[in-house]
Design a protein around this ligand. Structure first.
Ligand code: FE
Length: 136
């Protein structure tokens, strides 16, 4: 999988992804799926820790920037560090949105909306299935 002509660092075959991920993780991360709102395990999860990519383990978000957006999916107002997340325009379903991908494996995480709280005003709306939480 490529982004702007460059390969993502993690390049696994479709078969490898299928054996690594459960069905829902595969549907979200590798097929740009969206979990049903209010069903994901991290929607109302507010423990202190780190959220990594469920595909490759890259650290993506920290609990300090997680907030309850009421939208039914985990929401963060900023990413953990620069370079771990890639954003690109997604014009599927007749909408122009910003898709959020893991910068390491290219896995689909969710979308970015400019309606978040201060200080960034951004809302990373992320599927629980794309994340793995570790307590800190
Ligand atoms: Fe990843």
């Amino acid at each position: 999988m490529k982004m702007d002509g460059k390969n993502f660092p993690v390049q696994w075959s479709d078969g490898q992804w299928k054996s690594k991920l459960n069905e829902e993780q595969y549907r979200v991360l590798r097929q740009h799926g969206t979990e049903r709102p209010f069903t994901g395990r991290y929607d109302m999860h507010f423990e202190k820790g780190v959220y990594s990519c469920a595909g490759c383990g890259e650290v993506l978000f920290r609990s300090g920037s997680k907030f309850d957006s009421g939208c039914g999916w985990p929401a963060f107002y900023q990413k953990a560090e620069d370079g771990k997340i890639v954003e690109r325009t997604d014009s599927s379903f007749g909408m122009i949105r910003t898709e959020v991908l893991c910068g390491n494996c290219g896995g689909h995480l969710g979308h970015l909306f400019p309606d978040g709280p201060r200080p960034t005003g951004m809302r990373y709306c992320i599927n629980s299935a794309a994340l793995d939480f570790k307590e800190e």
